[in-house]
Structures are given as C-alpha cells and as structure tokens.
Design a protein around this ligand. Structure first.
Ligand code: PMP
Length: 406
C-alpha cells in the first residue's frame, strides 16, 4: 500500500513554510479553502506566459492551444470523477454557482407550484438558499430530513419525507461542520426507487475520498476547485446528459449559442449551452493540474492518512476538560467542530490565531444546523494531507493554554 511522504509533500506547498506573528503557520482551515501546491501556481503563470488567448472562437494558434488546454482539463475532471462523457462536465465558478444553476434550470423544467425539494438538516447555505430563491419564484417547498444526536442523517426519516411532490433530493456528501460522511449510495438507491433524481454536494468530499459518479449513479454532483488544491473561481457541475439536454440554459451570452437573430436564439451543444461568456480557462487548466497532483498522491492513500490524523486529533482533543466535539458520526471525515465550556468560540479562535494556528470559528454557513445543535457557533479544525500529528499537538497545547488562561 502506498503511503504519503508528508515532509516531501509539505515542501510542495510554499505557504506552509511561512510564519504568522513570528510563529510557523499551522493551517487547520482546510474545509474553508485548501493551500496550493507550487505546480498549480506554476501552471497559472505558464498559461499566461505561453498559451493565453480566448478559447473556442479563434482560428489562430494560441486560441486553439488554449482551447485544447481547456478541453483537456474537462477530460481530466471527467476521469477524476469517472463520468461517462466530458459533455457531462460543466465548468462554473464553484459549488455555489453549480447549485444555483441546477436550482434555476432543473426547477424551471421539472417543477411546478407545490412541488418539493428534499434536503438535509446539515446543509451549507449554498444548498439551502438557491432552492428557497427558486421556490419563491415557482411556489416550491423545501423539506428537510433530520439528523440524530451523533450528527448522522436518519435514513428512514429521509425516506418518510419523500412525497409524490418530491422532485429532487439535494444532499451534502460530507458535512463541513460535523464531518459526517453521508451514505450517498443508499440515498441514491432510495431516491431512484421513488423515481427521484439526486444532487450530491461534494464540496467537502472529492478532496478526501474516492468519488465515482457512475458507480454512485447520482444525477448531479458539484464541487469547487479551491477546496481541492486548485485555484479560486472555478467549479464543476457534473450532470447526466439526459438532464442537461432537458434543462434550459442558466445564463445567456457568448459561447452558449448556436445561432442568434433578434427574433430567436438556438443554443450550443453540451456542455457549452451552460457556459455563457469567456470561461476561466486559466483556472480550469490549474484545476486539472491540482487533480493530477491529488491523483499522483493517490486518493486512497490521502483518505487513509487523513483518517489516522482524525482519530489521533479526536483522542487528543478529548483529553481537554470541558471540551465537547459536535459531530460524532460513525463515518466521519477530517473535520472537528468543538466547544470548550465557558470559552466563546470567537475567543478561542482569536487566541489560537495569535499562536499561529488558523482555525475557523462561527456558524460555518450552516445557521439552521447551528440552531438545531443549540449553539451560536463552533471552533472548527479541518485537516488536509499536509497536516501532521505535530500540528495536532500544537493545537492541543494552544487549547490547553487558553483553558488555563480562562
Ligand atoms: N457546500 C459545502 C458542504 C461547503 O463546505 C461549501 C464551502 N464551505 C460550499 C458548499 C460552498 O462552496 P463555494 O463557496 O466554494 O461555492
């Protein structure tokens, strides 16, 4: 079994060597965004230095080279998630835009007033608000499947929430707050038994675990480049071709058309019908470089290493008196949300920051979940493959010091 050489890997990430407040940075905010390996930064520079030209429109050499890069990046994404065709890969600005696209286009085609979208209690705002916005336009209702006290989805309750009016189930693969890994294979199976398509929010999963859209048989899957070591401003919508064919365009403009007259426009073939305007072809090329980097490390080796780090960090943090972990699912990713009695998460985060330790505090864009948990916010440490047990120890030492101060 291949194991990761963490000290070599850390050398690939220049930012990990920097200091903050005179202390070596301990970056534990990977669920918010990941750091970038040098190859990703180099790809961006190389693209601007040697290939930059607008894609798809030019007959000239550079335009064709840029187009080839962009389309090759699409094939890299396709292979990474094992999609059947590159026509099923739509580039967007991120998870948020991908979900908004589906909410707008899918609902316009397949929903009428009174229809329902089923989500879960652990969704990020970006898998709640787009459905509400579209729901206001069309008179759609949001249904929410509950979770248990460990932060696990209650599958029987999810199935009970399915009604004859349910048109789509949209569920996160991994919770950005609780770390819960949802049983998406079972959710897809349940949904399809009822003839309902499923959207998977993979913003927190593609970087941690193998995701195979064909094995899963999901209908839609979305993720963001910046959370998988790629650049900001790029995201992916995977959708089965049958849905994309049946859905109207999301935005209008260049690239997405076949012919335009003042009377009528016909639309481009897939996936361009959903990619209005100049795409971020520099960003897609750098995303492909990031995916190649992750693939070379091996997603299974990454998953094993991060799991060991999660187990170690959980054991260590639980030695702190008064520390409580929110989210204790049997199947959990490398995200730990916690609270310490008598210490506000904001104070904990601020004091850890002064020790060079970057964690996130607050509601983590999941206010309904916070309300359910009965808290205003949490402190969240989220780990990537470049984090180490020594960094966990530093986090622990920091927390212990803060506890003594209070
Ligand atoms: N869904 C989940 C589960 C997330 O963690 C995030 C980012 N925190 C998003 C969606 C939104 O991603 P983005 O801001 O990159 O669009």
């Amino acid at each position: 079994m291949k194991e990761l050489d963490i000290s070599r890997i850390r050398g690939d990430f220049p930012i990990l060597a920097r200091e903050v407040y005179g202390k070596r940075l301990v970056y534990l905010d990977n669920a918010a965004t990941t750091q970038k390996p040098r190859c990703v930064m180099d790809k961006i520079t190389e693209m601007y230095a040697t290939v930059n030209a607008n894609v798809h429109r030019g007959v000239h050499f550079l335009s064709q080279a840029a187009t080839e890069e962009h389309e090759s990046s699409r094939r890299t994404v396709q292979q990474f998630i094992h999609a059947a065709s590159s026509n099923e890969i739509v580039f967007t600005r991120g998870t948020t835009e991908s979900i908004n696209l589906v909410a707008s286009s899918f609902c316009r085609s397949f929903c009428t007033a009174g229809d329902e979208i089923l989500i879960t209690a652990m969704e990020h705002h970006s898998n709640i608000v787009p459905w509400q916005l579209q729901g206001e336009i069309q008179g759609l209702k949001l249904q929410v499947a509950p979770i248990n006290s460990k932060g696990e989805l209650i599958l029987e309750e999810l199935e009970k929430k399915i009604s004859p009016r349910t048109r789509l189930i949209a569920v996160t693969h991994i919770s950005n707050v609780l770390g819960t890994v949802n049983p998406i294979e079972e959710i897809v199976a349940i949904a399809h038994r009822h003839g309902i398509p499923v959207l998977i929010d993979a913003a927190q999963s593609v970087q941690h675990t193998r995701v195979d859209v064909r094995a899963l048989d999901c209908d839609f899957l979305v993720f963001s480049s910046h959370k998988i070591y790629g650049p900001t401003g790029v995201g992916v919508l995977y959708a089965k071709e049958k849905w994309l064919d049946a859905m109207p365009p999301y935005q209008g403009g260049g690239e997405m058309i076949e012919t335009v007259t003042f009377e009528k426009t016909t639309f481009n073939k897939l996936p361009y019908k959903f990619e209005a305007g100049t795409p971020d072809y520099i960003g897609t090329a750098a995303l492909a470089t990031a995916l190649d980097y992750v693939s070379a490390l091996g997603i299974d080796a990454i998953a094993r290493y991060e799991h060991a780090l999660l187990v170690y960090a959980t054991e260590r943090l639980l030695t702190v008196p008064g520390l409580r972990i929110l989210g204790n699912a049997g199947n959990k990713s490398s995200v730990i949300s916690f609270l310490v009695d008598g210490i506000h998460p904001y104070d904990m985060g601020t004091l850890l920051d002064r020790m060079g330790i970057a964690v996130r505090t607050g509601h983590h864009c999941a206010e309904p979940l916070m309300e359910l948990l009965g808290v205003d916010g949490t402190v969240r440490a989220s780990f990537a493959f470049y984090n180490t047990k020594e960094e966990v120890d530093q986090l622990l030492k920091g927390i212990e010091k803060i506890v003594r101060m209070f």
